[in-house]
Design a protein around this ligand. Sequence first.
Ligand code: NAP
Length: 289
Amino acid sequence: MDIRGTTKVCGIIGNPIKHSMSPIIHNYLAKVKGLDLVYVPFETTNAVAAVAGAYELNVLGMNVTVPHKNAVIPQLKEIDSLAANIGAVNTLVRVDGGFKGYNTDILGLKRQLELENVPLKDMDVVIVGAGGAARAVAFLCASEKVKSLTILNRTVSKAEEIANNIKQVFEGFNVSAYTINDYSVLENEKKYVVIQTTNVGLHPNNLEAPIYDKTFYDRVLYGVDIIYNPSKTKFMQLVNESGGQSFGGIKMLLYQGVLAFELWTGTSVSEEEANEVLQLLKKELNIDE
Ligand code: NAP
């Protein structure tokens, strides 16, 4: 592209940054939208200085990745309420006097579920895992008013911590925490939306799943795995074998980028454009299908 005096700059801060897919997403969208905008990677260990420097240098918007998603929060001028509850921010949008922080990782999952007609409101939901991604999914479930939330994790104390944090914000919310082996607490006569957030089944361990027992999968109406490589995980396969519908994680990755781009530029990315970006991501990640 032609970089001129008028060119707007967006970028991503993190460490390491070499493997980020975000430059591919945003430079492609800038090109198809005909915008005078460039997106660059910034490797840094100092999130505080990076945010101040980005504002000073008139940067339009930033993504934030590992390990800075928490550290940037005190440096923000404003923060979206869902991102504040989660305690992690991955997108900074320039406002008067600083940046406003959002968590488009979780807004990306929300958009994916809406587009794929996977309901949350009034549903019984199970989250498998209790790491950073699970925490974000759990707050999304509470803000989307699910009927009940069950968090299953190998280390039960982490599931309990998320459940307790949510109850402090959403008083009376129906959330419980168990070890992953206690999935028999799920009721036989109920059908659940299950969101798989552990690392189990991630490439190259494609044949692994966090739970193998068919009686668990018989209770799954919709199974969403946020892992995107492989595109069809063992968890998804087991959901399908028991008659449930399954979804993978690449669209969560796609829409976190699309939403950030829309926030920075005020444009709306069509489904056709989003699909073109999806194909680029699959190619770049060498994802089967
Ligand atoms: P994390 O904070 O490290 O949490 C990892 C989770 O996996 C924990 O609950 C951990 O349980 C569990 N786990 C790991 N190994 C396990 C095993 N052998 N058996 C059972 N449980 C195991 O990671 P994260 O940031 O939440 O990310 C989790 C996954 O989500 C990653 O695969 C990542 O690629 C994916 N992700 C995808 C997107 C997307 O855009 N699609 C976005 C974010 C993350 P313990 O607590 O017991 O250790």
